[in-house]
Write a protein that binds this ligand. Structure first.
Ligand code: NAI
Length: 545
């Protein structure tokens, strides 16, 4: 355990020490420390343990009336005492993840400029062009391993929030620590403040970003090139995590940098990996090989393409050719089945276009293509009606039905509908969190395809093994590791993801498998330890003084 107060890099004393959230212990400073650091009289008489302090925090939280108020309180706590913040959050991630991350963080981002208390992370704006390395050096930490960078161009389902999107970069990195024990000092949230398309935000007197409209793609690419080069210079071991950029920017940036530097995009790769994790668990449940699945996506946007592409890689890893794997996947969008005779089709969508007559009715497409898996990523709440679920159930003993659209009212069907209409046969997961369903005396636990099963573990593996790149295979290994951590008993009740109650253990399990893969394939630059899991465990952040 590192003693943060005695850290050789710190010579803080007195009031300044109490103001440093990383070193502050508040009432937990011992009498000896109080004397040594000039703290006598600056804190009350009682010397408390961390657990006693956490008890007080829980009391405060109990009096807050909404999750947004709890979010604001916890953010204030983090500003005062980082160790206490993580002690509380890591003691019950299942409770605190929805407060610090999705869905509450969306509400917090909407009001970011109004809720703002004190600066966190770095804000890079267009007027800093030519000086980005210099600006990065203003950050006090010298060994940053993760930058989560957003333009705020597409925050959750809320659209372009501009600089308000900083809340998501902060929240995402907190999950690295809270769920997977990545040390918080290794993380740096960055707002790439390029402006916003939203006139209402630009006109809000409390808006904190630049009041510009976003630049052209060319200008944005030049800015990003400079930023990426500056990161390589200032933080050579750093992984860049792209988060909630506008869809086309997100795809372009990933394509531009994924083979050049250590980076990934959670909306594209993390999402695909968590969906694949759910599918692999479902296939473990029914003991069916991935190579034999016919998959129909309802919705043909970025989420569908991201999942489809990773599925193809996963099928290839099990021996199918790319062409054969692609043939097992079909897309259905607002105009019906995506067929090759369509004139306006993106290159990505064309890969999965069928040589068929156009069909506009989903049930007819199900009868025609006989999918074993139906995945909703359409934003069309209620689109999987009784006919659709019954059609899937008539074709399959255990139909796999994922309704991934968010938030809850956009879900293509509810958990209750999926289980009721399939007479308990469906293997169901959703993007939203649904309550357990009791049907004919049996309790079903619907899975939530939440990215936090994947990205913190990818982060931990990256922190430990220091790979040169994050490849598609890393995300497939993470999905498999997640699936393998759902026990047979849990699968019997419909669970498709590991338990959220032991999330740190699950993330360490997944990170161990991913790190092992990085060592086996030569991606890792760290020295391979004799045993990976205990080594990873030894690197975990512990919320202790
Ligand atoms: P998008 O806007 O890129 O794509 C939406 C697609 O749905 C388009 O192809 C559109 O043609 C199709 N569509 C719209 N209305 C339709 C209709 N009536 N019938 C058939 N198709 C229709 O959106 P994106 O980014 O692909 O996200 C889709 C949904 O997936 C969102 O609700 C998002 O929240 C959810 N999602 C969930 C994730 C998770 O659970 N981890 C991760 C990523 C996305």
């Amino acid at each position: 355990m590192t003693n943060k107060t005695h850290s050789p890099t710190s010579n803080l004393r007195g009031h300044a020490l109490l103001q440093d959230p990383r070193r502050n212990k508040g009432t937990a400073f011992t009498l000896e420390e109080r004397e040594r650091y000039g703290l006598e009289g600056l804190v009350p008489h009682a010397v408390e343990t961390l657990d006693r302090q956490a008890e007080r925090v829980m009391g405060h939280l109990a009096h807050k009336e909404s999750d947004l108020e709890r979010y604001i309180y916890l953010t204030g706590l983090l500003d005062r005492n980082e160790t206490l913040f993580y002690r509380v959050v890591m003691a019950d991630p299942k409770r605190f993840v929805p407060i610090l991350y999705s869905p509450t963080v969306g509400e917090a981002c909407l009001k970011f400029g109004h809720l703002y208390r004190r600066p966190e992370g770095l804000y890079i704006s267009r007027d800093m062009k030519g000086r980005m390395a210099e600006i990065l050096k203003n950050w006090p930490q010298k060994d940053v391993r993760f930058i989560c960078i957003t333009t705020g161009g597409r925050i959750l389902g809320l659209g372009d929030l501009g600089a308000n999107g900083m809340g998501i970069a902060i929240g995402k990195l907190q999950m690295y620590t809270a769920c997977a024990g990545v040390p918080p000092e290794a993380t740096l949230p960055v707002m790439f403040d390029i402006g916003t398309t939203q006139a209402a935000l630009r006109a809000d007197p409390l808006y904190l970003g630049t009041r510009q409209t976003p630049p052209t793609d060319r200008e944005l690419d030049a800015l990003m090139d400079e930023f990426v080069t500056a990161v390589q210079e200032v933080y050579p071991k750093c992984c860049i995590h792209f988060e909630d950029w506008k869809g086309t920017d997100a795809q372009r940036m990933l394509a531009r940098y994924r083979s050049e530097i250590l980076c990934y995009n959670d909306d594209i790769q993390g999402t695909a990996s968590v969906a694949l994790a759910g599918l692999m668990t479902a296939l473990n449940t029914i003991k069916a090989p991935i190579t034999k699945q016919r998959v129909l996506f309802f919705g043909a946007g970025s989420a569908a393409i991201g999942i489809a592409d990773l599925l193809v890689h996963a099928m290839q890893a099990e021996g199918l050719s790319k062409k054969d794997a692609e043939k097992q996947i079909s897309l259905f969008d607002i105009d019906g089945l995506v067929t090759s005779d369509r004139s306006a089709l993106s290159k990505d969508a064309r890969t999965y276009a069928r040589d068929q007559e156009p069909v506009k009715d989903l049930t007819k497409v199900i009868d025609l293509l006989k999918p074993t898996i139906l995945i909703g990523v359409s934003t069309q709440g209620g689109a999987f009606d009784q006919r659709v679920v019954e059609a899937m159930s008539a074709l399959n003993d255990r139909p796999i039905i994922f309704a991934l659209s968010n938030p809850t009212d956009k879900s293509e069907c509810t958990a209750e509908q999926a289980y009721t209409w399939s007479k308990g046969k469906a293997l169901f997961a959703a993007g939203a969190q649904f309550d357990d369903v009791v049907l004919d005396g049996k309790t079903y636990h619907p899975g939530q395809a939440n990215n936090f099963y994947i990205f913190p573990a990818i982060g931990l593996a990256t922190y430990a093994a220091m790979p040169t790149r994050l490849t598609n295979e890393c995300f497939i290994v993470a999905a498999k590791a997640s699936a393998d951590q759902v026990s047979e008993a849990s699968r019997a009740s419909g669970m498709l993801f590991p338990s959220q109650s032991h999330i740190l253990e699950v993330e360490v399990g997944t990170a161990t498998r991913v790190a092992e893969f990085m060592f086996d394939t030569g991606l890792a630059t760290a020295k391979r330890p004799p045993e990976i899991r205990p080594w990873i465990e030894s690197l975990l952040y512990k919320a202790e003084y």
